[in-house]
Design a protein around this ligand. Structure first.
Ligand code: GDP
Length: 361
């Protein structure tokens, strides 16, 4: 699926760079370009693509310091400049735009939902969000910002793919130490998904195309993306258990949003040498996803690649009712109440969270 990336804020810019570099390294050509947008000039330096500094008149290139309301205001005021930087880039071949941002900060958290809304007014292609949830150890401000941003971003985007900063952390590693590793994991997942939808050679009988990604995300809301891989035997029959086991691992331990397994729709992509992909294994894996997610809309397809490994990529759409999202919203509600000087331990915190979840869908 040929896509353009817009990285908003520091995390957004870094993730967009990681994705474009991954796509280049793999020679996929699915990522057709990127633009970095920020209020902090320092964070735009070194990004290997066009950048737009917004809010110069308000913060003079110094950033919004975690104030996501200011981040939103600045984007409202300067969205036109960002749109102008896209002119000529959204060519007929572009099939989607991804607005990428960390939800816990200021510029991305406030700005990404506003920019998404403006893009949707101009372009007909789906506008997806790629949002990063703060880890549990990050401070209350991050949780509050992310709680607010999540709702708006999910509503404005055609779907919001979430990454939890606690997802790919190694034991003992702080969130900050883990950023590069997390960004690589995200780039591999989304990079492969976009490339899978891009595959037109059609060697396999059931290659994925962009419409399957778009249909899996059709109902909007929140999405998650899981991945796992293993060595493959040359003979497909010998790989039946491998395919079912990497599919389970992709959903249960390799997801961008751990514990989000309750889904409205899913897409299973099995990547590898076409001769090594067992049809029976793929069928079993699809049935397992149906049972695990409770979804009757499980699509599937192959991504032929020359490799001696097999990989499973599982896109889940409509995961907002999952336990993981519920517990994040409660955490954000508690942080919000503490900021307001209230006690959120009673029903009100849970109510706040559940009201917001109702708004999401
Ligand atoms: P902004 O520049 O004001 O939008 O703020 P940031 O992009 O720094 O957003 C802060 C949030 O993003 C926090 O929750 C950080 O943990 C997270 N974050 C910052 N940089 C990265 C990164 O490179 N990777 C990931 N995964 N998260 C990041």
């Amino acid at each position: 699926m040929k896509s353009l990336l817009i990285g908003v804020g520091q995390a957004g810019g870094k993730l967009a760079r990681e994705l474009i570099e991954y796509d280049d390294r793999m020679g996929f050509g699915a990522v057709r370009g990127a633009v970095g947008v920020n209020t902090a000039a320092a964070d735009l330096r070194g990004l290997p693509f066009e950048t737009v500094l917004v809010g110069r008149d308000r913060v003079n290139g110094q950033g919004v310091g975690g104030d996501n309301e200011l981040g939103a205001e600045v984007m409202e005021a300067d969205a036109r400049e960002v749109l102008a930087s896209l002119e000529g880039r959204i060519t007929a071949g572009i099939e989607s735009i991804f607005v990428v941002a960390g939800l816990g900060g200021g510029t991305g958290s406030g700005g990404a939902p506003v920019l998404t809304r403006e893009l949707a007014r101009v372009y007909d292609v789906p506008i997806y969000g790629l949002g990063v949830l703060p880890g549990r150890d990050e401070g209350a401000m991050y949780q509050v910002n992310a709680g607010r941003s999540l709702k708006t971003f999910a509503r404005e985007a055609d779907a919001l793919l979430l990454v939890d900063n606690d997802a790919f952390r190694s034991a003992g590693e702080s969130v900050t130490e883990g950023f590069d590793a997390i960004n690589r994991e995200v780039a591999r997942r989304l990079g492969l998904l976009l490339a899978a939808g891009e595959n037109v050679e059609g060697v396999g009988e059931s290659v994925v195309d962009s419409s399957e990604i778009i249909n899996t995300l059709r109902d909007g809301g929140i999405a998650a993306l899981g991945y796992a891989a293993a060595d493959a035997a040359p003979d497909a029959e010998a790989n039946i258990n491998t395919v079912t086991s990497i599919t389970r691992r992709a959903v249960l331990t390799g997801s961008s949003l751990p514990d989000a397994t309750d889904a409205d729709a899913a897409l299973l992509v099995v990547a590898g040498d076409p001769d090594a992909v067992p049809r029976k294994g793929v069928e079993r894996a699809r049935r397992w996803i149906e049972e695990e997610t409770g979804s009757l809309q499980v699509r599937g397809g192959d991504f032929p690649l020359s490799s001696d490994r097999l990989a499973a990529l599982v896109l889940l759409g409509g995961v907002e009712r999952s336990e993981r999202i519920q517990s994040f919203m409660e955490r954000a509600a508690e942080a919000q109440a503490a900021e307001d000087g209230e006690d959120a331990s009673g029903d009100s915190g849970a109510q706040w969270a559940s009201d917001d979840l109702d708004d999401l869908v």
